[in-house]
Design a protein around this ligand. Structure first.
Ligand code: SF4
Length: 376
């Protein structure tokens, strides 16, 4: 592997119920399933440990689903399993996702006394009408209480917020943003609500407000609250950027554990079995090479992907690094396409080229242009 230290994404597939907008795979835990999941995870970790040796972990992200749905005694076992994968002593960051409706002091006690450094809380909104509309299982008061508790245990707090919710206004959006910031979040991820037709909200087909003014607003407002935009959807105070996500954006190796988890190892993108049943079946068969069905990107596609991922971030494409890794020819091709864009979409200090805030607002159109380079 190119990097000796490894980032790990571990997926917990359980949720208490389905939020109205959610199209991710998750399942309510029925009797015995959590134990089956942990047994399979133990087998998967054994598999990777024998294949990779005992890697030193750089970043860890436990996402879901709802990791905080697992009770603290189950979490004790989960932490031991993670420690069994490799060396956790040099972890730069370890994040766990939590839902205000299930997070309790037992979790926080355990996480803060182990290697976890950070909690990513699914706040989504601090407006009760919006939370009801989204089908969340908590109200604003519970979310605020959860944020205070995370900080009380000395963990760093990140909050997810959604914009483009039916009935949402710039006033309620501003109140959610300032509310989570005042509550102590040093990192905020913002997502535009999109609805798949097979979700409860999607079936009702509500009219969604235009997301553009909300995105413009967050780009203007959060920097005034001390959180700088460092990626299309992410804002942080300096030094509080999510290192695990940076591993994805820099195409570093990320090992996937658990059902429906995505990984990236040595240029191969792969996905674990998508459902709990399929994952348990893979465990019964001894995890036949998880990378087998993955997608090995051609060198040129990897280079274009590297350019797109770099442009998602405020650091952009470092010309020296890019040409050292992918060759000067490809750098010139990327620069040639970027030169066709209106200049106000870009920032260029000579050493690197990145998207301006205006460029980030039309990121999808920029990616489409760059993807032309992968066409034969
Ligand atoms: S808690 Fe998260 S993963 Fe679970 S249903 Fe809601 S949005 Fe989906």
């Amino acid at each position: 592997m190119r990097d000796e230290r490894l980032s790990v994404y571990l997926h917990v597939p359980f949720c208490a119920g389905k939020c109205g907008y959610c199209s991710f795979y998750s399942t309510p835990p029925v009797r015995g399933e959590v134990e089956d999941y942990l047994d399979a995870l133990e087998a998967e970790i054994r598999y990777w440990r024998s294949r990779l040796g005992a890697p030193s972990l750089r970043t860890l992200y436990v996402g879901g689903g709802t990791p905080s749905l697992l009770p603290p005694r189950t979490w004790s076992r989960l932490i031991s399993l993670i420690e069994g994968l490799g060396n956790c002593d040099a972890l730069e960051e370890a994040t766990v996702e939590a839902n205000p409706s299930s997070l309790n002091d037992g979790h926080l006690e355990l996480w803060s006394s182990s290697f976890f450094t950070r909690v990513s809380l699914g706040v989504q909104s601090l407006d009760d009408a919006e939370l009801r509309c989204l089908g969340r299982r908590h109200d604003a008061a519970l979310a605020l209480c959860a944020m205070r508790r995370v900080l009380r245990f000395g963990l760093s707090l990140s909050a997810d917020l959604i914009f483009g919710v039916p009935g949402q206004t710039l006033r309620t959006w501003a109140a959610s943003l300032s509310g989570v910031r005042k509550a102590g979040a040093r990192h905020i991820s913002t997502y535009q609500l999109t609805l798949e037709p097979d979700t409860p909200m999607g079936r009702r087909m509500p009219v969604l407000p235009d997301g553009y003014p909300f995105y413009r607003y967050v780009q203007w407002y959060l920097p005034r609250l001390g959180l700088l935009q460092y990626e299309i959807s992410s804002f942080a105070s300096p030094g509080d950027e999510c290192r695990h996500n940076l591993a994805y954006w820099r195409q570093e190796n990320v090992l996937a554990l658990g059902p429906a988890a995505w990984g990236y190892l040595d240029g191969r993108r792969y996905e674990n079995p998508r459902t709990l049943d399929a994952y348990l079946e893979a465990a019964r068969r001894g995890f036949p090479d998880p990378l087998e069905g993955g997608e090995l990107l051609r060198q040129r596609s990897r280079a274009v992907e590297a350019a797109i991922l770099a442009l998602r971030t405020r650091w952009g494409i470092d010309r020296t690094d890019f040409s050292a890794r992918w060759g000067e020819g490809l750098l010139h091709e990327v620069e040639g396409l970027l030169a066709e864009l209106p200049p106000h979409l870009l920032r260029d200090d000579g050493r690197s080229v990145s998207l301006s805030p205006a460029g980030m607002r039309v990121g999808n159109a920029v990616w489409s242009e760059l993807l032309r380079l992968t066409e034969d």
